[in-house]
Write a new protein. Structure first.
Length: 234
């Protein structure tokens, strides 16, 4: 039992030592003149000089991890080179497998991989095609929604019956009323009397005009003569 306890203590001390060692190495590397110089360039956004400083640091000390992390950040955010960014992130993790930044770096690697895939699709035209496809799908969905709304509106709107209203004063196109009558002249008749009999007034002009083929004048009447009495609207 005592042996197991001692073994656990040794293991915990070893783990703490690794973490402390990692932190100590990171802090030590940040004090490197080239690392400090590169970070100073990054503060003033001179990415080219910062890149050169970190690469020089790697050339001088290939096992120094910090410059790999700085370069990965530059290639991810400021001088897009997604393949290089992934390479430098992974190289840092190889040199610092127990770093407390491991989870964060793995998240950044995934983001860079997504950006790389998007860039490849954009260059090939596939990304634009996908965007156009999504836009068309959106527009089609909106049109279907509008059509459905209009159909519901038509169904729910009461239909008004179309009824033709005929004014009371209007007359039928074809009247069944007689257009004229036949009258036989009797003794004592004249056009004035006949007009009063049929029209209620002495205006006989219509009767005379209707019978001009058989009358030379309004006074040309004979007993037994037939006259056409035209219908006159009062």
């Amino acid at each position: 039992m005592r042996f197991i306890y001692i073994s656990l203590c040794i293991t915990l001390l070893a783990l703490c030592g690794c973490e402390k060692n990692t932190q100590t190495l990171d802090e030590k590397e940040e004090r490197n003149p080239l690392i400090k110089q590169g970070q100073s360039y990054m503060e003033i956004k001179d990415w080219d000089k910062a890149e050169a400083a970190f690469k020089q640091a790697i050339q001088n000390k290939p096992l120094m991890a910090r410059p790999y992390l700085e370069l990965a950040s530059i290639y991810q955010q400021h001088k897009p080179d997604y393949i290089s960014s992934i390479h430098y992130y992974k190289h840092y993790l190889e040199l610092r497998p127990n770093s407390e930044k491991t989870e964060f770096i793995n998240e950044q690697i995934q983001k860079v991989q997504m950006d790389l895939a998007k860039a490849i699709l954009t260059q090939s035209g596939a990304f634009l095609a996908i965007q156009e496809r999504d836009q068309l799908r959106k527009e089609n969905a909106e049109l279907k929604q509008q059509l459905t709304s209009q159909q519901k509106l038509v169904v729910n709107t009461p239909q008004k019956s179309v009824t033709q209203t005929i004014p009371k004063s209007a007359k039928p196109a074809h009247s069944t009323k007689a257009t004229h009558q036949i009258y036989t002249v009797v003794s004592g008749d004249n056009l004035t009397k006949i007009a009063k009999k049929f029209y209620g007034n002495s205006d006989y002009e219509a009767i005379f005009q209707a019978n001009k083929d058989r009358m030379n004048s309004p006074r040309d009447l004979r007993v037994g003569q037939t006259l056409v009495i035209p219908y006159v609207e009062n």
